[in-house]
Structure formats: C-alpha cells, structure tokens
Design a protein around this ligand. Structure first.
Ligand SMILES: *Cc1c(COP(=O)(O)O)cnc(C)c1O
Length: 363
C-alpha cells in the first residue's frame, strides 16, 4: 500500500502543497517577536485584504486553530445574547454554526435546506423586517457541495441592517467573492483549503462594523478574544505563539498568487481544474445533486454502488484519496476536490481509476 505522502489527494483539505511550500515546512521555525516576522504578518494581512477586496478600514486576524476556531471566535466576539441571527443550515458546516450559537447562547433561527439545495430569495423574504440582527452562512456548504449566492444574501442583510458573516473557508480563492460589493462584515478562511498549506491557521477579515462590535463586547475567553488579537495585529503580532511555520507558508503562497495574477487568476485555475474533471466523468455512473456548485469540488452520487466503498477502493487499490462523507450521506455521496497542487493529468489518473472500477463491475 502507498504511504500517505505518496497518495494522490483529491480531498477538500488538507490538500497537496507545492514543493516550495513543503520546503518551508521542513525549515527551522524562527523566533517570532521580531520586526522581520511582523513584516510577514502585515504582508499577509495586506494580501488577504486585496484578495477578498476588503474595505480599507477592514482588519485581519490570524488564529492558530483550524477553521472552526475562527467560526467560534466570530460567534463569540461579534454577537451577544441580545442578537437574533439567521443561520443557513444546509449541511454539517451550517449545522456547526447552530451548535456554536447554542453553546454561546446566541438566539437564532435556522433555515434548514434539503441536501443539495440552495437558499432562495423567496425563503429569505419571510424574515424581512422581523428584527434579525445577523446572518451566518457557509457560502460553500462543503459537506454537500452547494454554493450559495453571496450577492443575494448580502442584499437581504443590507435591507434588514444585519451583520453579514461569511464562512468562506472552502470557497476563498475558488469562487469569486468581493467583500465590499456583497457588503460582508466578516469573511473566514483557513490554511488547508485553497491556500494549500499545512492545517492549523484560520483567518478572519473584519469590517469596521464588525470591529466596533468586537470592541464593545465582553467576551469570556482568553485564547479566542479578538480584542487582544486585533491589538497585537496592529504591529503584526499575535497575543500567543502562533503556528509560525504555517504563517510563513501562507506568506509564500499569497505572494505566488499575487505574482501569478492575483485572486482572479487563481480562481480561473481552479475553475478550469473543476471543468476539466466534470467533462471527463461524463458517462460514468454518477449523478450530481447540487443545485449550484462551487469550483472547489464536485459532489457525486453513485447510481449503483456505495460512495464509501468507492472511497475505500480508490484509497486501498489505486493510491488515490477522494473525500468521503459521514453520517447519513456516507453511502450516497463522495466529493472530488479541485484545489491544492493538482493538474489536469491528475484528473486523468482519477478518471482512469474510476473507469477501471467500472470495468470490474464495482461501480
Ligand atoms: C473545512 C471547512 C471548515 C473548517 O473546518 P476545520 O476542520 O475546523 O478546519 C469550516 N467551514 C467550511 C465551509 C469548511 O469547508
């Protein structure tokens, strides 16, 4: 069997890193209370703001913790029990926001979507003028591969004067997202998705409105207190020892993206990778049940086999990881990611393996 580092990885994170990013992971970790390291963080902040098209006054914090740490930090620091939120619950990541609200006693109403379905303007209109103060959404519900319309959700928030929080963890740099245009107050992402670095850092971009709320809020947490993080961020620092090595990887990656044409070029690359795959699987016994796909991944429902069995076959006999689903979707859905250091030839390899399984009567 192949070793983990020899597997071809089509999951949705952690994904394969390019050789230069991997090399940084192998270097000594430098001391970080220095101007040199502050410069790296400040550069990361500027590039993040550029790539999401954040307003000038927006600020960025880097949390050492996976994406969920930043989701929790946002729920705790931006909202209070006096708020009344709407949570778009279209899968396991949407559901996570409801759990976070429960834990932190933030009142909410969830809009529960059937698997594969988008939230519509008609659904939202019912909540107009009802005193809601914020919206939490995973703009790409990664568990089912459904991408919601950020502009439509933004208009709903604007006409109701609501805070607009976007978990774009798997969508940042895969799908177009303009923070200023859609009027988002918070955008969250992480190191192990399209940034294709090691897992362990998540990133929060906050609008001026969100910053004011953080400033006013008494938050019962030390590690996830964004006031401290923001104060330190002014000079390119963090309150506690961050994942220094990953922040250096992120710096190299963001600079490469910039050199290669910025967010637009990166999104185009991932879109081409997705379209190439979707073209090549035509004729295979799979259905796509998403109403609106992200460029980040393709969700596939096998018509005559167990999705989990296909995941195991590819892992054990072909050295390929696709992304399995858990819970209720275990046997009906698997996902193929299109980001990380993947090429169109890698798509050929995966499609050839799937065709081989088909020939053997396994799918
Ligand atoms: C990956 C992902 C997360 C973060 O999960 P972690 O395991 O905590 O990094 C959150 N939301 C979405 C939409 C994701 O795709």
């Amino acid at each position: 069997m192949r070793k983990p580092n020899e597997m071809l990885n089509f999951t949705v994170g952690p994904v394969m890193s390019s050789p230069d990013i991997l090399a940084i992971g192998g270097e000594q970790v430098p001391y970080f209370r220095t101007q040199e390291f502050s410069d790296i963080i400040l550069e990361n902040e500027a590039l993040m703001k550029e790539f999401v098209h954040a307003p000038e006054e927006a600020k960025v914090v880097f949390i050492t913790g996976s994406g969920t740490a930043s989701m929790e930090a946002v729920v705790m620091n931006v909202f209070t029990p006096a708020d009344k939120l709407i949570v778009i619950d279209g899968g396991s990541f949407g559901h996570r926001f409801t759990e976070l609200c429960d834990i932190h006693h933030i009142p909410y109403t969830s809009i529960c979507l059937e698997s594969g379905h988008v939230v519509t303007d008609e659904m939202l209109r019912k909540f107009d003028g009802k005193g809601y103060t914020g919206l939490l959404v995973n703009i790409h519900e990664t568990s089912t591969g459904v991408h919601y319309n950020p502009q439509m959700l933004g208009e709903f928030c604007r006409r109701n004067d609501m805070m607009y929080v976007i978990d774009a963890i798997s969508s940042f740099l895969a799908d177009p997202l303009d923070m200023t245009e859609v009027g988002a107050d918070v955008i969250i992402t992480g190191s192990q998705k399209v940034l294709a670095c090691a897992p362990g850092i998540s990133i929060i971009v906050l609008s001026e409105r969100a910053l004011k709320r953080v400033e006013r809020n008494e938050t019962k947490t030390m590690y996830l207190d964004l006031k401290g993080a923001l104060k330190n961020a002014e000079r390119g620092q963090t309150p506690f020892t961050p994942a220094v090595g990953i922040l250096r990887q992120i710096n190299a990656r963001l600079k490469h993206i910039k050199e290669d044409g910025g967010a637009i070029a990166e999104i185009a690359k991932i879109k081409a990778q997705a379209e190439d795959f979707r073209k090549k699987i035509k004729g295979l016994p799979f259905e796509i049940k998403s109403e609106s796909m992200s460029n980040a991944l393709t969700p596939l429902t096998p018509t005559g086999a167990s999705a989990h069995e296909i995941f195991l076959q590819l892992k054990d006999n072909y050295g390929i990881w696709i992304c399995p689903n858990g819970g209720e979707l275990k046997d009906t859905l698997f996902r193929v990611g299109h980001f990380g250091a993947l090429t169109h030839e890698d798509n050929d390899t995966l499609v050839a393996a799937l065709k081989d399984l088909q020939k053997k009567g396994k799918i």
